[in-house]
Design a protein around this ligand. Structure first.
Ligand code: HAM
Length: 432
């Protein structure tokens, strides 16, 4: 039941911190990006999947890892009326694998999937970091080799190109096999244990259970200790090194520039093998635009059979922020035609006229709420329409309509309803 306080509080209700409204005028850039990512995904043969925003908490504990920031501090977890622990998804890779297994999509089949949608992490909000944010992701399920890894990177790069985004840098690394990584983890732990006092407190806490995560600590003291630390590349088996080399050849063949960052580890535990990140230096601290890698063990971790897999997710808020920094503005949605009507008979004629034009795919905004000519023409101008059509006492009941260009395309004229569509089309095609 609602408390009395909730009912009587007269402060206006605000949105949740870190969760943003996207208003008309902003949504246009989103639609442009969504159009581009749909098209690029289709170009590579990826098909859309939509999974629920709420999942069982267990899904994320078993995939992202219990020792990660996301699971330790950032999940929106609640108990529902049945006493079940549920979580607003902080990412969608685990959901894709769960759905693939649950619906038998991964038995003797491969799947190229993509998704877009809101994710939730209870992080400290700042520019580029939100509590509800949106990801576009692709997940390629069922392929083991570097060819698919090169493909997903190429797909991402084509998306940047199709949006005109420049200046992103690609870093890649390989985490090796589970065995090799186990040996490396022991060596790293042994080394870091000798310098434990110089590590930041988060790193000290991670030393026992997850020392690899210490590699991407931002603390300068920890960074200094890491300079002399053993390198993951020394623990790669020959076949792993060969695969990583092959990935590099494939990227070079399609002119994708990259650098190898042996310290690149990811904030989620499910990665095995290659990992990557696209970053920008134009957005301050939140520089990662897109990140991903291989996660061959995830299907089994979630109770399915082994499925090799690789994918990435891209933060749309950051991508759109970059787009607005780099690009001329995306046009704001406006109608082609504003229909003004004066008087009761005129309103009936105008309503019919508007429907006829819409039948012919013309965007028409009707004047609602009446008003004198000055007011209606001001609204017409504010709507962004190219022309106003006016039905007034003079033309109502005749088969004539007045056409008033609003963007400097000549004087007002009068046309018959038969000629109207052709006249409107001519105006809408003319440049300003
Ligand atoms: P992630 O690195 O956690 O990976 O997130 C991917 C991207 O989502 C980040 O690079 C960033 O652009 C964006 N992002 C993350 N957190 C926030 C936030 N709080 N506010 C705004 N943007 C954010 C994953 O989520 C993996 N599922 C990626 C993946 C897919 N790996 C394999 N397949």
């Amino acid at each position: 039941m609602l408390g009395a306080e909730t009912v009587t509080n007269d402060k206006s209700v605000q949105s949740v911190r870190g969760m943003n409204d996207l208003l008309p005028g902003q949504v246009e850039s989103w639609q442009r990006v969504e159009g581009a990512l749909r098209e690029v995904s289709r170009r590579y043969g990826y098909r859309e999947i939509r999974t629920p925003v709420v999942e069982r908490t267990e899904l994320f504990l078993r995939s992202i890892g219990e020792q990660t920031d996301i699971v330790e501090k950032e999940m929106y977890t609640f108990t529902d009326n049945n006493g079940e622990s549920l979580t607003l998804r902080p990412e969608a890779t685990a959901s894709c694998v769960r759905a693939g297994n649950e619906h038998g999509l991964l038995y003797n089949q491969t799947q190229r999937l993509w998704y877009v949608g809101p994710m939730f992490r209870h992080e400290r909000p700042q520019k580029g970091r939100y509590r509800q944010f949106h990801q576009f992701g692709v997940e390629a399920l069922g392929w083991a080799g570097p060819d698919i890894e090169a493909e997903i990177i190429t797909l991402g790069e084509r998306l940047w190109r199709s949006l005109g985004i420049q200046g992103l840098s690609l870093q890649i690394n390989t985490l090796g096999s589970v065995t090799g990584r186990g040996k490396y983890r022991d060596a790293l732990r042994a080394y870091l244990s000798r310098h434990v006092d110089a590590l930041d407190s988060d790193s000290q806490r991670r030393l026992e259970r997850n020392p690899l995560r210490i590699l991407d600590s931002k603390d300068s003291g920890t960074q200094a200790v890491l300079v002399e630390a053993p390198s993951l590349s020394d623990f790669l088996e020959e076949a792993e090194q060969e695969e990583f080399d092959r990935l590099q050849q494939l990227l070079t063949a399609v002119d994708i520039r990259f650098s190898i960052n042996p310290r690149l580890v990811r904030g989620l535990d499910y990665y095995t093998g290659f990992v990557f990140e696209w970053t920008t230096d134009q957005l301050g601290a939140q520089s990662a635009i897109c990140a991903g890698g291989r996660y061959d063990g995830l299907s089994e971790q979630l109770g399915g059979h082994p499925v090799p897999a690789a994918g990435f997710a891209c933060g749309l808020e950051r991508l759109i922020e970059l787009l607005t920094l780099q690009d001329e503005e995306t046009p704001i949605q406006s109608p082609g035609v504003y229909l003004a009507a004066f008087g009761e008979v005129a309103e009936l004629d105008a309503a019919q006229c508007a429907e006829r034009l819409r039948d012919s795919s013309i965007d028409v905004q009707m004047n609602c709420g009446q008003g004198n000519i000055k007011k209606q023409l001001r609204r017409a101008d504010n709507s962004g329409a190219a022309i106003a059509l006016i039905v007034d006492k003079e033309t109502a009941g005749t088969s004539m309509v007045k056409v008033k260009p609003l963007r400097g395309q000549g004087d007002q004229t009068m046309v018959s309803t038969e000629e109207l569509l052709a006249t409107v089309q001519t105006y809408l095609q003319k440049p300003d």
